[in-house]
Design a protein around this ligand. Structure first.
Ligand SMILES: Cc1ncc(C[n+]2csc(CCOP(=O)(O)OP(=O)(O)O)c2C)c(N)n1
Ligand code: SF4
Ligand SMILES: [Mg+2]
Length: 265
């Protein structure tokens, strides 16, 4: 490799580059400045999407904790756009409580959650998203547990804007990230993304291209899914906008209470 070529932490065929591109396209199309943003990530391959390549303020934090750091940042600097980018293991296993409580509180964060159904960076361990029955290095016979449906869980926790797309849908992903950035409140963009090295190996789906074909053939829009027998949707990936609703937002409510307290003093 020539010396001036930018190096990336990502394996060939990984979906993380597609997600990075969709995020940057959304920021560009909204004509926002990278100076308006603070990016926050945890630990995992997906956490390396902003670091070190985004020319912006980035906090690469500890495993499972990016939403906790982001909550503090947003309350301290409410004028900043705070975007969390991290993986399914980081945000739904060790960090699962931070995710649901941030959704419940409705704090103005944009969370891009890269769901590759596995712990990619640490060698392919079972995650709370791993499909039942799959053999991984930590479930050598089969995964016995039922996986989370992340988007539905975050809707149930109270988030006002929740969408799911796959890396086969980069334009839809960009459109929804733009919507999320314009929305005051907690937004989740769940990105179903290929990890050919770990998930591709254990699932037999193999290469990144094969996994993209799989997403193309098995995605069903949420509008169509509403009219389909749930049994026929077994194994399908439901994509689209799960919810878009209005709700009082925490940093604005906090500012209101602070003004009220000052007036009463
Ligand atoms: C407290 C703590 N526990 C465990 C780890 C090891 N660890 C690092 S990343 C990771 C999982 C990452 O999975 P995910 O968030 O899905 O990211 P991916 O690599 O799949 O993008 C684990 C278990 C750690 N760094 N810190
Ligand atoms: S291990 Fe998987 S998730 Fe991590 S960079 Fe490689 S392909 Fe991507
Ligand atoms: Mg993962």
């Amino acid at each position: 490799m020539r010396d001036h070529v930018t190096k990336t932490a990502t394996c060939p065929g990984c979906g993380n580059g597609i997600a990075a591109q969709a995020i940057l396209m959304a920021i560009d199309q909204l004509e926002l400045s990278m100076d308006d943003f603070i990016f926050v990530s945890g630990i995992g391959c997906s956490a390396w999407i902003p670091t070190p390549l985004f020319a912006a303020d980035i906090m690469h934090t500890t495993h499972g904790r990016p939403i906790a750091f982001a909550t503090g940042l947003k309350l301290g600097l409410p004028g900043k756009k705070v975007m969390v980018i991290s993986g399914d293991g980081d945000l739904c296993a060790i960090g699962g409580n931070h995710l649901i409580h941030a959704a419940r509180r409705n704090i103005d964060l944009t969370v891009v959650l890269i769901n590759n159904f596995i712990y990619g960076m640490t060698g392919g361990q079972t995650a709370p998203t791993t499909p039942r029955g799959l053999r991984t290095i930590t479930s050598p016979y089969e995964t016995l547990e039922h996986p989370f449906d992340i988007s539905s869980m975050v809707v149930a926790a109270g988030a006002p804007f929740v969408v799911r797309w796959t890396t086969y849908h980069p334009r839809q992903m960009t459109r929804c990230i733009k919507k999320a950035l314009q929305k005051k409140g907690f937004s989740l963009i769940e990105v179903i993304s290929q990890c050919p090295v770990q998930f591709g190996r254990v699932s037999g789906l193999g290469s990144g291209v094969n996994m993209l074909k799989y997403y193309k053939e098995n995605s069903v829009s949420i509008t169509k899914a509403k009219d389909v027998d749930p049994e026929a949707l077994e194994g399908k990936i439901i994509v689209g906008e799960f919810v878009d609703r209005e709700k009082a937002e925490l940093t604005e409510e906090y500012a209101r209470i602070m003004r009220q307290a000052a007036e009463e003093d």
